[in-house]
Ligand binder design. Structure first.
Ligand code: PLP
Length: 745
C-alpha cells in the first residue's frame, strides 16, 4: 500500500498566516448575514458601521493610538504608499533650502525603499534617499541617524524585521528622532510586530504605522494605517469620502470583521488563541533543539535579546538555502529562504546589510511561527524536523559521529553545481573509490561529507586547468580528506607525479593535453571497462560554446590543435563535461558541438581560417562581456529546446494513454528519501534520477530515443531543465510536470 503524503507543517508565518477559525467565521458572517454597506443609512448599514467603528476602537487599544487616526487599507503596502506620498508632498510644499533627505533602515522590507524611490520620482522632489546602516545584530546605527537628522524630512524604520525577527529599540529611536530640534516625520513599519510585542505608537510620537491583516491570522486584502493626529496626510484614493475622506472606496467589511475577531483574541488575556511570550520562547527553544538534532553545526543569524521569539533565521555550513528548502519541502515542512536578490544564488540583503559572511546570507533559512501556535503544533513540527536526521545521515549531508546503517548508494558520475561552476565525482561503489574533478570551494564540504560518510578512498583530486575565475578547492579538500587521499606527490593539476593514466576501480582515466583556453589545460578522458564514457574538457569546450581564448595564456592556434586532437580521440557516444555550464545544458557531445557551432566545423575542415575565426570569436567575446557574466567562455543560451508541459489535471490521461511512460523523479536523493513521489502518484513505478546523476543515466545508454519520459520535481523548474537536456540529447517524447509535486499535494 502506498503511504499518504505527510500533512503539511506550516512554519512560514512571516510570509502569511492561515486565518483563525473565529476570524474566518466572522468574515463569513459579514459576507452572508451582516453584509451591509457602512455608508447606508438603513439598519443593515448601521450595523455594518458599528462593526467598522468597533474594530477601529480595538485597533486603537492594541496600538496605543489615542487621538490619531486609524484608516483601514488593503494591507501594509498601501499604508506605506499613502504615508510616503503624504510625507513627501509635505516636504515638497515646505520648500526648504537644499536637497531633502529621506532615510530608511537598510533591512527594511522592499516596499519601503521602493515606495520612497517611486514617489520621489513621481513628485519630482529630487530628494536624496539614504539607507541607515545596521550592526551585526541588525540594529540601526543611531549615530548615523543623529548626524543625518538635521536635513531629514522622513525617516522610515521597522518595529520587527520580517526575515530575522530583529526588534528595533523604538524608545531610543523616538528619543533621537522626536527629541531634538529638527523633527522629521517618522514611519514605523509595524507589520511583523503586532501580536508579538507591545506597541505605544502615540507615546512614541510615531507619525505613520502600517499594519497588515494576513500576517496575523486575518485574510489577505485587509490592513490599517495609524496616522498621528496632525501628521500630514494626502489620500491615495479619492471618491465617495469613506473613512472620513482619508480613504475612499467601500470598506472591506468581511476583512474588517476578521480583524475584529483577531483583535478581540489579542486583547482577551484570559481565554485566547494567542499564547504568552514565555510560551513562545519555549516553543522557539524546542524548535531550535530539533533543528540542531538534524544540523548540529547550524548558526543563528539573529538571536535574543534582539528578536521576537517567533522567527528563527539560521544557516548551515555547506548548504545553500535552496538545499534546505528542498529537503524541508519534500518532508512537507514549509519554511522560507532569505529573500532573493539579483544573483543566481540568492542571498539575503538583510543579512548582507548586517555584514554576515556570504555563506550565511546565501544559506539563510527562515522558520517563523505564529503567536497562536499550539503545543501540539509545536510538538508535531519538532518531530517532523527531527525525522530528517535519518535522511541527512543516510545521504551523508552532514558529518555524523555514528556511521549511518542505512546509506543511500552512490555510484558512477555525480555532477554537482554551484552557480555556473561544475564539480564532478566519479565513484566506483564496488571498489569503494572515487576521483574528484574540478572541485569548487562552495561544494568542498559537501564532497568531503559524502566521501567520509561512504568511507571512499580518494584516488585523486584533479583539475582540468588552473581556473581563471575561481580558486580550486583541491588543497582545501585534500586537507579535509587527509586520511582518505591517495598519492602525496602531485603535479599542478593534481595528477600523481609523472603519471598520465590512472586506474580507479572499473574506470581508466587518461590525461590529454588540450591547451587553448590556458596552456596547462588537459582533458581527462574516462573509459569504463574499455568503453569511452566521458571527457572532462575543462573550459576548452562548453555545452553550447567554447572557452575564451583572450584571457592570459589563451592561444587560438593551440585551441585548434586541441580540437583536432579531440576529434581524433573522441567516440560518438562520449559525453563531454565542462567546468562551466552557463547554459544549464549539463553536457555536450561531438555531434552536438558541430551541429550547434558550424564555425568549429569549418575550422576543423580549414584550420587556415583560424585568423578570421578568432576575430569572429573576439567580437563575440566583446559583445558577451557587455551582455552577460560568462567570464570563461562564450555560450549561446537558447530557450528553444523546451518540451511539452503537462498540467497536473492532464497527468491522469497521460498516465492512461502512455502505458510505457517512465516517470523520473529528478529531485536529489535526500528529497526523495524525505518525501517519496509514490505517495503523490500511486500505482506507478517511479525512477529516481536526481539531476546530479542525469549525465550518468544518459551515459548508461539503455534508453531508446522514442521512450516517453515524464519528469517531475518539487516546483517544475528542475524537471524543465532536465526535459531540455533530454530533448537536446535526442529524446523525443519528453514531458515535464508543470508546477511539480507542489500542485499534486
Ligand atoms: N512590511 C513588512 C515588514 C512585511 O513583512 C510585509 C509583507 O511581507 C509588508 C510590509 C507588506 O505587507 P502587505 O503584504 O500587507 O502589503
Amino acid at each position: 500500500m502506498t503511504a499518504l503524503p505527510n500533512p503539511e507543517i506550516y512554519l512560514d508565518h512571516n510570509a502569511t498566516t492561515p486565518v483563525l477559525a473565529c476570524a474566518a467565521a466572522a468574515a463569513q458572517y459579514a459576507m452572508q448575514q451582516s453584509f451591509g454597506n457602512p455608508s447606508s443609512s438603513h439598519a443593515t448599514g448601521i450595523k455594518a458601521k458599528a462593526q467598522l467603528e468597533q474594530t477601529r476602537q480595538l485597533a486603537r487599544e492594541l496600538t496605543g493610538a489615542v487621538q490619531g487616526d486609524i484608516v483601514f487599507t488593503s494591507g501594509a503596502t498601501e499604508g506605506i504608499q499613502v504615508a510616503v506620498l503624504s510625507a513627501l508632498t509635505a516636504a515638497r510644499a515646505a520648500n526648504t533650502n537644499g536637497p531633502v533627505l529621506l532615510l530608511y533602515g537598510a533591512t527594511e522590507h522592499k516596499a519601503v525603499p521602493q515606495s520612497l524611490e517611486h514617489w520621489n520620482q513621481l513628485l519630482g522632489l529630487n530628494a536624496q534617499i539614504k539607507a541607515i546602516p545596521v550592526d551585526q545584530h541588525g540594529l540601526l546605527d543611531l549615530d548615523f541617524i543623529r548626524e543625518q537628522l538635521p536635513r531629514c524630512a522622513l525617516i522610515c524604520t521597522m518595529a520587527v524585521n520580517n526575515e530575522t525577527g530583529v526588534m528595533q529599540d523604538l524608545a531610543a529611536l523616538s528619543a533621537l528622532i522626536k527629541g531634538g530640534a529638527s523633527q522629521p516625520l517618522w514611519l514605523v513599519d509595524c507589520v511583523q510586530a503586532l501580536g508579538k510585542t507591545a506597541l505605544q505608537l502615540e507615546q512614541l510620537g510615531v507619525d505613520y504605522a502600517p499594519f497588515s491583516g494576513h500576517k496575523l491570522y486575518a485574510p489577505k486584502g485587509i490592513g490599517f494605517l495609524y496616522k498621528r493626529s496632525g501628521a500630514p496626510y494626502l489620500p491615495l484614493m479619492a471618491g465617495g469620502g469613506q473613512e472620513a475622506g482619508l480613504r475612499s472606496g467601500t470598506e472591506n467589511l468581511p476583512g474588517i470583521a476578521a480583524l475584529n475577531a483577531v483583535f478581540r483574541q489579542l486583547l482577551n488575556k484570559e481565554q485566547s488563541y494567542f499564547v504568552s511570550s514565555d510560551l513562545l520562547w519555549q516553543y522557539r527553544a524546542h524548535l531550535l533543539a530539533a533543528l540542531k538534532t538534524v544540523f548540529p553545526h547550524l548558526v543563528l543569524n539573529s538571536d535574543a535579546p534582539h528578536v521576537v521569539p517567533t522567527t528563527l533565521n539560521f544557516s548551515v555550513p555547506g548548504f545553500a538555502s535552496k538545499d534546505i528548502l528542498d529537503l524541508f519541502d519534500a518532508a512537507a515542512i514549509r519554511v522560507s529562504a532569505g529573500s532573493a536578490c539579483s544573483s543566481k544564488i540568492p542571498s539575503s540583503f538583510v543579512l548582507n546589510a548586517m555584514g554576515l559572511e556570504l555563506w550565511r546570507s546565501q544559506g539563510a533559512v527562515r522558520l517563523s511561527f505564529g503567536p497562536a501556535m499550539t503545543e501540539q503544533e509545536c510538538l508535531a513540527a519538532c518531530e517532523r524536523i527531527r525525522s530528517l536526521k535519518s535522511v541527512v545521515d543516510s545521504c551523508c549531508l552532514v558529518v555524523s559521529d555514528a556511521q549511518s546503517t542505512d546509506l543511500q548508494p552512490v555510484d558512477g558520475l555525480i555532477q554537482l553545481k554551484h552557480e555556473d561552476l561544475c564539480s564532478y565525482l566519479l565513484v566506483d561503489a564496488n571498489a569503494k573509490s572515487l576521483v574528484v574533478i574540478d572541485p569548487v570551494q562552495s561544494l568542498a564540504s559537501r564532497i568531503a561529507q559524502l566521501v567520509q560518510g561512504h568511507q571512499l578512498q580518494v584516488c585523486a583530486i584533479l583539475d582540468t586547468h588552473l581556473h581563471k575565475d575561481h580558486p580550486s578547492a583541491r588543497p582545501e579538500l585534500a586537507a579535509l580528506l587527509a586520511s582518505y587521499c591517495g598519492a602525496e606527490q602531485v603535479d599542478v593539476l593534481g595528477w600523481p607525479q609523472g603519471e598520465t593514466r590512472l586506474q580507479m576501480g572499473r574506470y581508466q582515466l587518461r590525461r590529454l593535453p588540450t591547451p587553448g583556453h590556458s596552456p596547462e589545460a588537459v582533458t581527462v578522458m574516462v573509459d569504463e571497462e574499455g568503453v569511452q564514457k566521458f571527457a572532462f574538457t575543462g573550459d576548452l569546450i562548453l555545452p553550447g560554446g567554447t572557452g575564451r581564448l583572450d584571457l592570459p595564456g589563451g592561444n587560438a592556434a593551440d585551441f585548434v590543435k586541441s580540437l583536432q586532437l579531440l576529434q581524433q580521440q573522441l567516440q560518438p557516444q562520449t559525453l563531454l563535461l565542462s567546468s562551466h555550464d552557463y547554459a544549464q545544458r549539463f553536457f555536450t557531445r561531438w555531434d552536438l558541438i558541430l551541429q550547434e557551432q558550424p564555425v568549429l566545423h569549418s575550422l576543423l575542415q580549414q584550420p587556415d581560417c583560424c585568423d578570421s575565426w578568432t576575430e569572429q570569436l573576439s567580437a563575440q567575446h566583446q559583445w558577451l562581456k557587455q551582455q552577460q557574466k560568462h567570464f570563461c567562455g562564450v555560450v549561446e543560451v537558447s530557450a528553444s529546446d523546451a518540451k511539452a508541459l503537462i498540467s497536473p489535471h492532464e497527468l491522469q490521461s497521460l498516465l492512461q494513454q502512455q502505458r510505457d511512460l517512465q516517470i523520473w523523479d529528478v529531485r536529489e536523493t535526500y528529497e526523495q528519501v524525505a518525501g517519496a513521489l509514490e505517495s503523490y502518484i500511486p500505482d506507478h513505478q517511479i525512477e529516481h534520477v536526481p539531476l546530479s546523476c542525469l549525465v550518468q543515466r544518459l551515459s548508461e545508454g539503455q534508453l531508446n530515443s522514442q521512450q516517453s519520459i515524464l519528469l517531475v520535481c518539487r516546483s517544475g523548474n528542475r524537471s524543465l531543465l532536465a526535459a531540455r537536456v533530454l530533448a537536446r540529447a535526442g529524446y523525443q517524447q519528453v514531458y515535464n510536470l508543470k508546477g511539480g509535486v507542489a500542485l499534486l499535494a
